[in-house]
Each structure stands twice: as structure tokens, then as C-alpha cells.
Design a protein around this ligand. Structure first.
Ligand code: GLU
Length: 494
């Protein structure tokens, strides 16, 4: 593409962004990076009633967590600022005034009551509900009088009453709207703030945005934006509307199916690269089979031709599967590094701080099984606990007596106290022989031993676990198990 590519993500800070919002950011970012263009973040905060304090930070943090970086915008600045719409109200007011002066917009003094009445009548006569253009035809004198009386007003755009507005959408193809069906929408509100329509057109122009890639829900607004561009003498950017994301039930994506704040995915233990890959496939495909693609490699191949026209389906199981794939691709050191914040969050305070070298040896043991990083503490707590808590009777495996379990533990203790190496292979060989000598099946002997050293019935391979736990912990835990089981037996006899 020869021209300068400049695209933007233009969130309204009305809450925490969820996957649908950030998917838009991702596609814009990929488009910019693919073409060597600029990716801009602009905050559209002109609807003051809907502002949520702190939302801007959450939006920016969500992008940063996914490694989506921006060239211009809040936190980084840039030559086209300010990047927050509420900081440039005078620009929009000036534009509205210019449109009024040129007869392309007008002040509307209609009261709420009048508008409600018009709506009711339209409802009754079953015609489309829209502003009836009453103030478009006020004489200059009538307007002057209303102004003199101090009547509050908004500014409406004078939509062409006939003809069609056409768009060649880069994703959806040709779309046309009959102008007579579009109403004289408000561009400046009575509080002096512009509406989204005016601000978006003004900023896309002043920031020299070349392509507007946004969710399909904005498609009905596009003829308004095009007409505003024409009225202001701008040449509009190219538009592409991204497919809607549905839940597995084919309904609008609900909370239950994934429309949760993006950072909750982080808290639940998804890797940003897995979520990025997953979001990419919500409306884009490289071919009909490739699923695992890092965003870095997709930068090379990303194009709007790959955007699907049909709606995208959010499939949580696929996301979980993908997260597992990405977890298994990490080096053990990297996995340990990723697990650390979750352990710091979830382990009881007395087990902190986590010994990072020790964690580096634990991580590979669970790498095959962990699906979400938020499982880190539950899956590894017994490595950090001083002595795992458990019901001693669980040390006794099926088909064994307490005495047998005690004998097994004593024999293991004896063997492990005197063995030279604590590496898993020789240790396993030695203990297998002990089990056989005692006439126990591996399930019984190793079951008792596993429970004694971890307090769990299911763990990563026992001898590798013991090797990582180390001689001191293992011996102490077996001694404690012997003690607990002996005491437990006493209790039983009472
Ligand atoms: N501020 C709009 C939003 O919150 C942006 C729409 C657009 O990209 O034009 O989604």
C-alpha cells in the first residue's frame, strides 16, 4: 500500500474493555504493523454521563498486557494530540459553528416533551422513528427570538433529504443507504460537548487516519460519518467493519460465554499470547487449518482479505486448549517466571517469598498438566508447605493394613537415609526393590510413599517429585507420616 497507513483504536472509557473491544484494537495493530504504518489510541470520552473513573487505565493496561503497543496516544503522546477528546472541545464547537454558518447544520430548540410527542405520533402511525426536522425550517428571526429567550439548544446536522450514501466497505463490500431514511442527527449537545459522530469524524480527519477498522455495530453510523466528511470538505478514510462475535449459542456474546473484562482472563491464568492468538481467530483466518500462530508471525501475513464476513463464534474450550498449547511451549524457566505472580497471589503468606530456583525445578513437573496459570498454587502448594496436612488413614492403601503401611514407610525411610544419590532414576530402582521385598504392589507402596511426601493422591511422577523436594524435605515428611500413622493407630484403639 503506497499511502501512509494510520489506524486507530478509539475506545470510550465507559467500563472495562472485553474481548470484543480489544479484538478491534488487535486487528488495527496488526494492520498497522503489517504495513509499517502507525497505530494510534484515542480516547473518546465525549459522553460524560457514561464515563467510568479508572477505565482509561484499564483499557491501556489491557493492551499492554497483550503486548499491543501504540505509536501515538495517551501515555506516549504524539504529533496529533491531544488524544483525549474532552481536551479539545473548542475544536468540535468551531466545526459545528462552521457547519451552521454554511447552512449544513442548524440549532434545534425542540424540548424533550416535543420530541417525546413526535415519537409517540410516529409510533402510532407506524412510521420510522426519527427527528421530524422541525427546527431545520426555522426562520432566522425565529431562531434569534429563541436565542434571546435563552432557550437551550443542540446542533443538528442537515442530512441531504434525497439521494443515497454509498460505501465500499473493505470487508463487507458495497453498502448503500437512502438519505431520506437518515435523520438530522445531533452533532453538538446542549452541554457543549460534541456527539460521538462529530468527534469521530473530526479526529479521524485531523489525525490523518487512513483506515477505520471497527466493529460491525458501527456500520449504521457510517453514512452519517461519510456525510459529515463531505459537508466538512474532507475526503473520508477507508472503512472496514469487523464481524460480530457471538457466543456458542449464537446469541450476542454474554458474560457467561466470555464477555468479561479482558484482564479477568489474565487473572484466570491465560497467557497473553494464547489469548491474542485466540482473539485473532475471532474473525480472521490464515487458511482453513492453521490455528496456532504467534501474533509476531501473523504481522507478516495479516491482510483484510483474511477477515471473515460471517460472524465469529467464541469457543471457550478452544481458548483453554490453546492456553495449554502455549504453556507447553514455554521453557521451564519462563513457565516458572509466569507462575510466580499467581503463587504470590494465591499461596498462604507464610509460604512466601517463593524461592525462584526451586520453582524453576518444580515448573517442568507440572508443565504437561497445568491448563491455567491460576492453578499454580493448588498444583504446587505441597512443594512449599512445611509439612502437608492430611488424614493419616489415607496413607494406608487399598488391600493394606496400617502395619503394612508403617512397615513400608520405615523401609523407605531406611533406604533413603542411606542412599547416596537422590536422583529419580536410581531412587526408583532402589525403592522398587524395597516394595517387592515387602510383597507390596507398586501401587500400594508408591501410593503410601506419595501420600507421605506430598499429602496428595495425584501428583507428577513420584520420583521426580521427590528429587525436586530434596532429601531433607522427603525424609522429614516420611518421618512425620510414620509418627502420624502410629498416633492415629493409637486413637483408633481407644
Ligand atoms: N468510541 C467508539 C467505541 O467506543 C469508537 C467507534 C469507532 O471506532 O468509530 O467503540
Amino acid at each position: 500500500m503506497a499511502e501512509n497507513i494510520r489506524v486507530r483504536y478509539a475506545p470510550s472509557p465507559t467500563g472495562e474493555p472485553h474481548i470484543g473491544n480489544v479484538r478491534t484494537a488487535l486487528f488495527n495493530w496488526l494492520f498497522a504493523r503489517h504495513h509499517g504504518g502507525k497505530f494510534i489510541v484515542r480516547i473518546e470520552d465525549t459522553d460524560q454521563q457514561r464515563l467510568v473513573p479508572g477505565a482509561i487505565d484499564v483499557i491501556l493496561d489491557s493492551l499492554s498486557w497483550l503486548n499491543i503497543d501504540w505509536d501515538e496516544g495517551p501515555r506516549v503522546g504524539g504529533p496529533y494530540g491531544p488524544y483525549v477528546q474532552s481536551e479539545k472541545l473548542s475544536v468540535y464547537r468551531q466545526l459545528a459553528q462552521t457547519l451552521i454558518d454554511e447552512g449544513k447544520a442548524y440549532r434545534c430548540y425542540c424540548t424533550r416533551e416535543r420530541l417525546a410527542q413526535v415519537r409517540e405520533e410516529q409510533q402510532r402511525s407506524k412510521v420510522d422513528i426519527r427527528y421530524d426536522g422541525h427546527c431545520r425550517h426555522l426562520s432566522p428571526e425565529e431562531s434569534r427570538n429563541l436565542e434571546a429567550q435563552g432557550a437551550p439548544s443542540v446542533v443538528r446536522f442537515a442530512m441531504p433529504a434525497s439521494g443515497v450514501t454509498g460505501l465500499h466497505d473493505l470487508i463487507r463490500g458495497d453498502v448503500e443507504w437512502r438519505n431520506e431514511l437518515l435523520d438530522d442527527f445531533i452533532i453538538l449537545k446542549s452541554d457543549g460537548f460534541p456527539t460521538y459522530h462529530l468527534a469521530v469524524v473530526a479526529d479521524d480527519h485531523s489525525m490523518e487516519i487512513s483506515h477505520v477498522l471497527r466493529a460491525e455495530e458501527w456500520l449504521p453510523s457510517t453514512p452519517r460519518h461519510l456525510q459529515l466528511n463531505y459537508a466538512l470538505g474532507y475526503s473520508p478514510p477507508a472503512f472496514g467493519h469487523l464481524p460480530v462475535i457471538f457466543g456458542p449459542d449464537r446469541a450476542k456474546l454474554s458474560k457467561r460465554h466470555g464477555a468479561i473484562p479482558l484482564l479477568e482472563y489474565r487473572d484466570k491464568g491465560y497467557l497473553p499470547e494464547a489469548l491474542g492468538n485466540f482473539m485473532l481467530l475471532l474473525g480472521w483466518a490464515l487458511d482453513d487449518k492453521t490455528e496456532i500462530m504467534s501474533l509476531q508471525t501473523v504481522v507478516e501475513s495479516f491482510s483484510l482479505e483474511g477477515v471473515t464476513k460471517s460472524s465469529a463464534i467464541f469457543d471457550r474450550e478452544k481458548l483453554d486448549w490453546m492456553n495449554g498449547v502455549y504453556i507447553r511451549q514455554l521453557s521451564p524457566e519462563e513457565l516458572a517466571h509466569r507462575m510466580l505472580p499467581y503463587l504470590e497471589r494465591d499461596l498462604p503468606g507464610e509460604l512466601l517469598p517463593v524461592d525462584v530456583d526451586y520453582l524453576g525445578r518444580i515448573a517442568p513437573l507440572i508443565q504437561e498438566r497445568i491448563k491455567l496459570l491460576s492453578e499454580s498454587a493448588a498444583m504446587t502448594a505441597y512443594f512449599f508447605e512445611d509439612l502437608p496436612e492430611y488424614d493419616p488413614s489415607s496413607l494406608v492403601q487399598k488391600g493394606m493394613e496400617r502395619e503394612g503401611a508403617l512397615e513400608a514407610l520405615r523401609a523407605a525411610l531406611e533406604q533413603l537415609t542411606h542412599t547416596g544419590s537422590f536422583e529419580h532414576e536410581p531412587m526408583e530402582e532402589l525403592l522398587r526393590a524395597v516394595g517387592e521385598r515387602l510383597g507390596l504392589s507398586p501401587r500400594q507402596f508408591f501410593g503410601t510413599l506419595r501420600f507421605a511426601v506430598t499429602g496428595r493422591t495425584a501428583t507428577p511422577p513420584l520420583f521426580e517429585t521427590m528429587e525436586v523436594l530434596g532429601r531433607d524435605r522427603v525424609l522429614r515428611r516420611i518421618q512425620t507420616a510414620i509418627q502420624r500413622l502410629s498416633e492415629n493407630q493409637g486413637d483408633d484403639q481407644q
